[in-house]
Write a protein that binds this ligand. Sequence first.
Ligand SMILES: *Cc1c(COP(=O)(O)O)cnc(C)c1O
Length: 466
Amino acid sequence: MRYVSTRGEAAPRDFESVLLAGLAEDGGLFLPESWPILLPEEWEALRGLPYPDLAANIIARFTGDCFEEGALLAMCRDAYAGFNTPAVAPLVQLDERRFALELFHGPTLAFKDFALQLLGRMFDHVLARRGERITIVGATSGDTGSAAIEACRDRASVDIVILHPEGRTSAVQRRQMTTVLSPNVKNIAVKGDFDTCQDMVKAMFNDAPFRAEMNLSAVNSINWARIAAQIPYYAYAALNLGAPDREVAFSVPTGNFGNVFAAWAARRMGLPISTLIIGSNRNDILARWIGANDMSAQPVVPSLSPSMDIQVSSNFERLLFELLGRDGAKTAATMRAFRETGTMPVPDAAWRKATSLFRALAVSDEDTIAEMRRLHAQGYLADPHTAAGTAASHARAPDDASTPIIVAATAHPAKFPDAVEQATGTRPGLPPHMADLYEREERFTVLPNDLAAVQSAVRAHARRNR
Ligand SMILES: *Cc1c(COP(=O)(O)O)cnc(C)c1O
């Protein structure tokens, strides 16, 4: 299995190199040179497998010869053993045709654990073999930082430094990061906002000597391995509801377009998915694009579903490349025009192709609250991101009423207790493995908005130097 860049100017690479590189050197994103396709009987053979076994079977189609026989299965079993339900990704029926696919039973209570728990293990595996060590540096406004820290804690070949804006993350989100006391984990609270943190991370990556000295790496959502690790739960859910003999639809609350692109990939591999519904919040660039081929960036506005407060969905470039017939030069030109003008000129034919599969709805904060209240009255407590997905699944349901709609439930309600309480009057409690989160010791360093100070903290932390 080899990988090509969406901008067509990077040499094809194998999985290991794609895992470690993240972004292609021409600025594009990696995709498989050709998609593995499963026949109906091959899908059927996966039905009823335990989740880790199914995941290993599907992911193996993307990893080529990167892992020795049995190693990938062992990593999947280990990664998903840390989830607090044996089903790993349980389906809960919401009404006659709707199901919640609960993706929040991992260590940090959001779907990002599915990919990052596995990625941490993959990194350790290939780095040990290469005799290398990396330093992961990232900025977070909330969910990504804790999922990355949980994935990298105590890993032999990885050190991780996460910057968060001091006093600007929720208490649950901060404590999920700062109470991890493993020696290879460092949290830095920067005096500034999320953009300050993000700019510092970019500056560290652009400092070539520093980047080489620390062997810096990133775990952001453009890494192909993250997408690959999210495909299995779409297959798992669809097979449980009758695929490959029956079509299903998915509704996915989306920010960076990563999670819904994994669903697209599952369909590309032959899973019978009739419709993909995108749930957005007031940051509605994707809904405007689906509605009227208007892909124009506007300022980000805060909402009740902060993990979707994004205007430029970085993973969209992967779909664009596919819609443009895998033409790297056209994709690169389209992305360049977007960067220069703020509006992406997607050809009408490509847009029309997309609208035969995708539907989208931007859900306001008021409608998110109303949807959480409605679900609660029916006995289901949903977080604001999940509620955007269920709301979209009603407004944009496929016409064929016999098609089940599976909504990706991306976060546990206890991650967003204020919004859930505002909507339902019920304050969700943390699950047992985190019940003492507020009593745990926190450890973090506060630093000024000063790149040199942050770089010297990273240097002091990285075992790479010893
Ligand atoms: C990250 C996140 C999303 C958005 O996922 P994308 O892959 O960026 O589309 C949605 N919900 C929650 C809870 C998240 O943490």
